[in-house]
Design a protein around this ligand. Structure first.
Ligand SMILES: C[S@@+](CC[C@H](N)C(=O)[O-])C[C@H]1O[C@@H](n2cnc3c(N)ncnc32)[C@H](O)[C@@H]1O
Length: 253
């Protein structure tokens, strides 16, 4: 059930050695900023094993389960639309270690976002890191100096998504990657998307979930008030839907 965020627990270490600042990532000292080598949310030295060897530039290591470098189109897509649309509210379904959430918060440089809702059971499903609770995300938000509201729904979306109140300018669907699960998340959260708001669906052409693109396309065909404004097949696929004003039927005179 929802619980609100609390105080800072990790120390922010600004500026990796010799690097240009980018997005945050973790070191043994806590959250720090990306350097020019690991650049985004950490460093992966061996793409086959995905072992987090330390970044040779700054010595940083990714947290367990965290995407260790920017190997997915999701993050640049989130950054682009946050910068272009300045959302004030963000609903995220599927947060894991907070890489997508951190990307959104960091891209929101003028601090427009005042309301967050985060839905995740924190288990091991669909790439979950199995932490069992959201405390690491409270720490992350505190490290990022996020001061708005953060409501946590620590359960599967099918149990809690309908309880999420209000409308959101930006929604990320990145939790249940089964076809019915993703369809449920889109159908339920589209009701919570503000007019003009964006819903981003991740992994739509991921090798293990490539059926999701069909699910998204069918969903758009069935919703006359939804337009797909962007899609990419770059690893691991992303689709961006926008909610338009419903066109009322026009009477012939
Ligand atoms: C692919 S990861 C999300 C990655 C994250 N968005 C990022 O970019 O760092 C999927 C997450 O969805 C969560 N999850 C799995 N099934 C879910 C469900 N039915 N409802 C909500 N979250 C779910 C998992 O616990 C996991 O943390």
């Amino acid at each position: 059930m929802p619980g609100s965020s609390s105080g800072t627990l990790l120390v922010v270490v600004q500026g990796a050695v010799g690097g240009q600042l980018a997005a945050p990532y973790y070191t043994e000292k806590g959250l720090t900023m990306g350097c020019k080598v690991c650049r985004y949310l950490g460093w992966i030295a061996n793409p086959k094993t995905r072992q987090a060897d330390p970044c040779p530039e700054c010595g940083g290591r990714a947290a367990p389960g965290m995407p260790m470098h920017e190997d997915t189109i999701l993050y640049p897509t989130l950054r682009k639309y946050v910068r272009e649309t300045s959302p004030e509210s963000y609903l995220e379904i599927g947060t894991r270690e907070g890489a997508s959430l951190a990307t959104v918060i960091v891209a929101d440089t003028d601090r427009h976002i005042k309301r967050l809702a985060i839905v995740d059971p924190w288990g091991g499903d669909f790439g979950g890191s199995g932490r069992g609770n959201h405390l690491h995300i409270e720490r992350l938000l505190a490290d990022l100096k996020y001061t708005g509201e953060a409501l946590f729904y620590d359960d599967y979306s099918r149990h809690v998504l309908k309880k999420v109140r209000g409308c959101f300018d930006l929604i990320l669907v990145d939790g249940d990657h089964s076809a019915p699960g993703c369809l449920f998340d889109m159908t339920t959260s589209i009701e919570k998307l503000c007019v003009g708001g964006l819903m981003i669906i991740d992994d739509v052409t991921h090798p293990e979930h490539s059926y999701l693109m069909d699910v998204v396309e069918k969903f758009c065909l069935e919703h006359s008030d939804i337009t797909m404004i962007y899609a990419s097949t770059e690893y691991s696929g992303v689709a961006v839907l926008q909610k338009n004003k419903k066109v009322e039927s026009v009477k012939n005179v």
